[in-house]
Design a protein around this ligand. Structure first.
Ligand code: RNT
Ligand code: ZN
Length: 417
């Protein structure tokens, strides 16, 4: 049976439940995922004197072919994006600035250092998002940045974050879609602190200074990302969930929830509705923690499906900014992007192909038997047939055929590096 025939049959099955498949496809087309550039080069970046990755995060593996120049990284991203249906965004970090061989300290970075990225984004119809880089730097060697006891160090990072918001604003203006500028810091202690309050007070003051600078919200949105622990900050993280949740609420900033940054039995899917009741917008870093915040490639697992369901059933597609955050150097990096991003889109499609209103109603009526029965039955509805049709319609490879393109690219480009 052809893709079209399979699609027609599947469509009928969904239509029985009042799901308008054509509408679902139109909606899906307009959802942009923010694809993180750092999967392409193991969070290396292009600084003139690059420092080893620090900040308690880690990339393992040495699969050949990683991008070592901006041109290579953009080419690899283009390849991956050509295998992913829809129009998306690319998420940059400050270390991906292009300074023409000149050493430019991070607190001196300006929009001009990202001109090539913006030009490329325009050519490819992409939006851009941004992150200041507060790790892999001598001034972050103590494991403290915005909360550092030394004022000069704090000032350096404050200025870096202020400059970053302006770079975000520049992206938003140039590309006609607001950039999300997300602040994540590694600050914390390996061992039990004797004072938890003082570093948090300093972080609060630093953030106040960063956000005191006026940046146009039409072009740049500010987010803050919490964490529960990192390598070397096992006992205490300054920017904890409660810290940023309160900070964001009081100061009208976005909270960014990373799926690897909570206790193992705590899920982001269960937090989304609570966040949406109190904030207009919410940002996500969709990742896959395996035993710890390991940043594995996102797979179509129960939690990913549940996250997508929460966004869709709460009618929040335009309120949740979906970004990805994983880095695996043990497999082909273009494939990693493709697998993870296609899965995020698949999860959203799956969520739209569920009779969400009917299931809500059953719950309201206390009919938990039917709620469970239908939720389970829908797991084996022919959602793959709709996905295949969608890929075909969007002009990207259907099913696993994208793998052939990655293999060819590997032979022709990646292995020759
Ligand atoms: C680290 C955070 C952070 C980084 C990226 C590179 O635990 O998740 O978002 O992964 O900024
Ligand atoms: Zn993250």
């Amino acid at each position: 049976m052809s893709i079209q025939e399979n699609f027609e049959l599947a469509k009928k099955a969904y239509e029985k439940w009042g799901i308008n498949v054509d509408e679902v496809i139109e909606t899906l087309k307009n959802i942009s995922i923010s694809v993180h550039c750092w999967q392409g080069d193991d969070i290396g970046g292009f600084e003139v004197n690059p420092k080893e990755l620090s900040g308690g995060i880690s990339v393992t593996g040495n699969y050949p072919g990683k991008a070592t120049t901006p041109e290579e990284l953009r080419a690899d991203l283009e390849k991956a994006l050509s295998l992913i249906p829809g129009k998306h965004r690319v998420n940059l970090h400050a270390i991906y600035a292009e300074t023409n061989g000149e050493v430019v300290e991070r607190d001196r970075l300006e929009p001009k250092h990202f001109e090539n990225w913006v030009k490329w984004a325009k050519e490819n119809g992409l939006g851009l998002d941004y992150n200041p880089t507060l790790f892999s730097h001598p001034k972050a060697d103590d494991g403290l940045t915005l909360s550092h006891p030394n004022e000069e160090i704090r000032e350096f990072w404050i200025n870096h974050c202020i400059g970053s918001r302006k770079i975000g604003e520049y992206f938003g203006k140039e590309l006609d879609t607001p950039a999300l500028t997300n602040i994540w810091i590694p600050d914390g202690y390996k061992d039990i602190p004797s004072d938890r309050l003082t570093p948090r007070k300093r972080l609060k003051e630093s953030l106040d200074k960063i956000f005191a600078v006026e940046v146009d919200e039409r072009f740049n949105l500010d987010a803050v990302e919490s964490k529960v622990f990192g390598i070397g900050s096992e006992s205490y993280v300054v920017g904890s969930h409660e810290f940023y949740l309160n900070y964001a609420m009081k100061n009208n900033k976005l909270c960014l929830l990373d799926t690897g940054h909570y206790h193992p039995t705590e899920t982001v899917s269960n937090k989304i509705s609570s966040m949406l009741l109190f904030s207009e917008k919410l940002a996500l870093h969709v990742s896959r923690p395996v035993r710890w915040d390991s940043d594995h490639v996102v797979i179509l697992d129960d939690e990913l499906k549940e996250i997508a369901l929460e966004i869709v059933r709460n009618d929040a597609l335009d309120r949740v900014i979906i970004g990805l955050d994983f880095f695996d150097a043990s497999i082909n990096r273009v494939a990693a992007w493709t697998i993870g991003t296609r899965n995020m889109i698949k999860a959203l499609l799956n969520a739209m192909l569920v009779p969400n209103e009917h299931l809500k109603q059953l719950q309201e009526e206390g009919n938990f038997t039917e709620r469970l029965a239908l939720m389970e039955e829908f797991k084996t509805y022919p959602f793959g047939a709709i996905w295949d049709y969608y890929c075909k319609k969007m002009g990207v490879p259907v099913k696993e055929s994208w793998l052939e393109e990655v293999k060819a690219y590997e032979q022709e480009v990646l292995f020759k590096r």
